[in-house]
Design a protein around this ligand. Structure first.
Ligand code: ZN
Length: 191
Protein backbone atom coordinates (compact mmCIF):
# COMPACT_ATOMS: atom_id res chain seq x y z
CA UNK A 1 0.00 0.00 0.00
CA UNK A 2 1.40 3.32 -1.05
CA UNK A 3 1.50 6.24 1.36
CA UNK A 4 -0.59 9.25 0.36
CA UNK A 5 -1.85 12.66 1.41
CA UNK A 6 -4.49 15.00 0.04
CA UNK A 7 -3.03 16.74 -3.02
CA UNK A 8 -1.01 19.68 -1.67
CA UNK A 9 -1.24 23.16 -3.13
CA UNK A 10 2.11 22.90 -4.93
CA UNK A 11 0.44 20.38 -7.25
CA UNK A 12 -2.80 22.31 -7.74
CA UNK A 13 -3.53 23.58 -11.19
CA UNK A 14 -2.10 27.09 -11.30
CA UNK A 15 -4.76 28.07 -13.81
CA UNK A 16 -7.63 26.74 -11.68
CA UNK A 17 -6.26 27.33 -8.17
CA UNK A 18 -7.48 23.85 -7.17
CA UNK A 19 -6.59 20.23 -7.93
CA UNK A 20 -6.65 19.28 -11.63
CA UNK A 21 -10.20 18.23 -12.52
CA UNK A 22 -9.73 16.32 -15.74
CA UNK A 23 -7.20 14.59 -17.98
CA UNK A 24 -5.68 17.04 -20.45
CA UNK A 25 -6.03 14.48 -23.24
CA UNK A 26 -9.25 12.48 -22.73
CA UNK A 27 -11.04 14.88 -20.33
CA UNK A 28 -11.82 12.04 -17.93
CA UNK A 29 -12.71 13.21 -14.41
CA UNK A 30 -9.60 12.67 -12.28
CA UNK A 31 -11.04 13.33 -8.84
CA UNK A 32 -12.56 9.88 -8.53
CA UNK A 33 -10.99 7.13 -6.40
CA UNK A 34 -8.95 4.55 -8.32
CA UNK A 35 -8.17 7.03 -11.09
CA UNK A 36 -4.42 7.32 -11.37
CA UNK A 37 -2.71 10.13 -13.22
CA UNK A 38 0.51 12.08 -13.39
CA UNK A 39 1.00 15.83 -13.16
CA UNK A 40 3.86 17.76 -14.74
CA UNK A 41 4.41 21.45 -14.01
CA UNK A 42 7.25 23.50 -15.47
CA UNK A 43 8.17 26.46 -13.29
CA UNK A 44 10.46 29.43 -13.78
CA UNK A 45 11.74 31.38 -10.79
CA UNK A 46 13.90 34.45 -10.33
CA UNK A 47 16.83 34.49 -7.91
CA UNK A 48 16.11 36.79 -4.99
CA UNK A 49 12.39 36.98 -5.71
CA UNK A 50 9.61 34.78 -4.43
CA UNK A 51 7.50 35.19 -7.59
CA UNK A 52 7.28 32.19 -9.90
CA UNK A 53 5.90 31.72 -13.39
CA UNK A 54 4.20 28.57 -14.54
CA UNK A 55 5.48 27.78 -18.02
CA UNK A 56 3.02 24.94 -18.54
CA UNK A 57 1.12 22.34 -16.56
CA UNK A 58 -1.02 19.33 -17.32
CA UNK A 59 -2.48 16.18 -15.81
CA UNK A 60 -2.50 12.95 -17.79
CA UNK A 61 -4.36 9.78 -16.80
CA UNK A 62 -2.32 6.56 -16.89
CA UNK A 63 -4.15 5.07 -19.90
CA UNK A 64 -3.36 8.23 -21.93
CA UNK A 65 0.24 8.20 -20.70
CA UNK A 66 0.76 4.58 -21.71
CA UNK A 67 -0.89 5.25 -25.06
CA UNK A 68 1.79 7.88 -25.68
CA UNK A 69 4.56 5.64 -24.32
CA UNK A 70 3.47 2.82 -26.62
CA UNK A 71 4.03 5.04 -29.63
CA UNK A 72 7.63 5.65 -28.59
CA UNK A 73 10.11 2.99 -29.70
CA UNK A 74 11.31 0.48 -27.08
CA UNK A 75 14.88 1.72 -27.72
CA UNK A 76 14.03 5.25 -26.67
CA UNK A 77 12.05 4.09 -23.66
CA UNK A 78 15.09 2.04 -22.65
CA UNK A 79 17.41 5.05 -23.00
CA UNK A 80 15.25 7.02 -20.55
CA UNK A 81 15.04 4.10 -18.12
CA UNK A 82 18.81 3.52 -18.27
CA UNK A 83 19.49 7.20 -17.72
CA UNK A 84 17.26 7.28 -14.65
CA UNK A 85 18.78 4.10 -13.27
CA UNK A 86 22.32 5.40 -13.71
CA UNK A 87 21.48 8.75 -12.11
CA UNK A 88 19.31 7.70 -9.19
CA UNK A 89 18.32 4.65 -7.18
CA UNK A 90 14.57 5.27 -7.11
CA UNK A 91 13.61 2.51 -4.62
CA UNK A 92 16.50 3.54 -2.33
CA UNK A 93 15.55 7.20 -2.58
CA UNK A 94 11.96 6.42 -1.70
CA UNK A 95 12.94 4.35 1.31
CA UNK A 96 15.29 7.05 2.60
CA UNK A 97 12.74 9.85 2.15
CA UNK A 98 9.93 7.89 3.83
CA UNK A 99 12.28 7.25 6.75
CA UNK A 100 13.77 10.74 7.07
CA UNK A 101 11.17 13.11 5.67
CA UNK A 102 7.96 11.13 5.92
CA UNK A 103 5.21 12.61 3.79
CA UNK A 104 6.53 16.19 3.76
CA UNK A 105 6.15 16.80 0.07
CA UNK A 106 8.54 19.79 -0.01
CA UNK A 107 11.42 17.50 0.98
CA UNK A 108 10.68 15.21 -1.96
CA UNK A 109 10.95 18.05 -4.45
CA UNK A 110 13.68 20.15 -2.84
CA UNK A 111 16.57 18.91 -5.03
CA UNK A 112 16.89 17.86 -8.65
CA UNK A 113 16.34 14.10 -8.85
CA UNK A 114 19.16 13.75 -11.37
CA UNK A 115 21.77 16.37 -10.47
CA UNK A 116 21.05 16.89 -6.76
CA UNK A 117 21.11 20.69 -7.17
CA UNK A 118 18.75 22.45 -4.69
CA UNK A 119 15.70 24.13 -6.20
CA UNK A 120 16.79 27.53 -4.89
CA UNK A 121 19.72 27.42 -7.33
CA UNK A 122 17.66 26.42 -10.35
CA UNK A 123 16.03 28.95 -12.65
CA UNK A 124 13.69 26.49 -14.27
CA UNK A 125 12.50 23.10 -13.16
CA UNK A 126 9.78 20.52 -13.73
CA UNK A 127 7.69 19.01 -10.93
CA UNK A 128 6.14 15.57 -11.27
CA UNK A 129 3.48 13.89 -9.16
CA UNK A 130 1.63 10.60 -9.20
CA UNK A 131 -1.95 10.96 -7.97
CA UNK A 132 -5.07 8.91 -7.47
CA UNK A 133 -8.33 10.82 -7.27
CA UNK A 134 -7.80 13.57 -4.69
CA UNK A 135 -4.63 11.99 -3.28
CA UNK A 136 -0.93 12.46 -3.94
CA UNK A 137 0.84 9.09 -3.86
CA UNK A 138 4.37 8.66 -2.53
CA UNK A 139 5.50 6.09 -5.06
CA UNK A 140 8.85 6.95 -6.68
CA UNK A 141 7.30 10.34 -7.14
CA UNK A 142 6.87 13.17 -6.35
CA UNK A 143 10.15 14.56 -7.65
CA UNK A 144 11.68 17.59 -9.29
CA UNK A 145 13.99 17.64 -12.32
CA UNK A 146 15.93 20.71 -13.36
CA UNK A 147 15.48 21.99 -16.89
CA UNK A 148 19.15 21.17 -17.53
CA UNK A 149 18.63 17.51 -16.74
CA UNK A 150 15.43 17.37 -18.81
CA UNK A 151 17.45 18.83 -21.71
CA UNK A 152 20.14 16.19 -21.20
CA UNK A 153 17.58 13.43 -21.53
CA UNK A 154 16.08 15.12 -24.57
CA UNK A 155 19.52 15.22 -26.25
CA UNK A 156 19.82 11.45 -25.93
CA UNK A 157 16.56 10.73 -27.71
CA UNK A 158 16.34 10.27 -31.46
CA UNK A 159 14.64 12.99 -33.46
CA UNK A 160 12.12 10.33 -34.43
CA UNK A 161 11.16 9.84 -30.78
CA UNK A 162 10.88 13.57 -30.22
CA UNK A 163 8.69 13.84 -33.31
CA UNK A 164 6.41 11.14 -31.89
CA UNK A 165 6.12 12.94 -28.55
CA UNK A 166 5.52 16.28 -30.26
CA UNK A 167 2.97 14.66 -32.56
CA UNK A 168 1.16 13.30 -29.51
CA UNK A 169 1.07 16.79 -28.00
CA UNK A 170 -0.20 18.26 -31.29
CA UNK A 171 -2.86 15.65 -31.76
CA UNK A 172 -4.13 15.01 -28.26
CA UNK A 173 -3.53 17.97 -25.97
CA UNK A 174 -6.52 20.27 -25.65
CA UNK A 175 -4.28 23.35 -25.54
CA UNK A 176 -4.06 26.43 -27.76
CA UNK A 177 -1.22 26.28 -30.35
CA UNK A 178 1.14 28.63 -28.49
CA UNK A 179 0.94 26.43 -25.40
CA UNK A 180 1.62 23.30 -27.45
CA UNK A 181 4.75 24.98 -28.81
CA UNK A 182 5.85 25.71 -25.23
CA UNK A 183 5.33 22.09 -24.24
CA UNK A 184 7.53 20.99 -27.14
CA UNK A 185 10.17 23.62 -26.58
CA UNK A 186 10.47 22.69 -22.91
CA UNK A 187 10.42 18.95 -23.55
CA UNK A 188 7.18 18.07 -21.81
CA UNK A 189 6.52 14.33 -21.50
CA UNK A 190 10.18 13.43 -22.05
CA UNK A 191 10.57 11.89 -18.63
ZN1 ZN B 1 -6.70 10.54 -20.24
Amino acid sequence: MTDYIAIPEVFYSFAGGEPFQSCTVCSKNLLVNDTQYIIEKAIRQYPGYSAQDIIFEYALCLPCLSRMRNEVSPDSAQIITDYFNSAVDLPGRREKLIREAGLQVEKWISHCLITGVPSGNIAEYHLYAHCDGGDLLFSYLPYMISRDAVEQISLMLSSETKDIINGFIDQHFSFPPHLKELLKKHNALIT
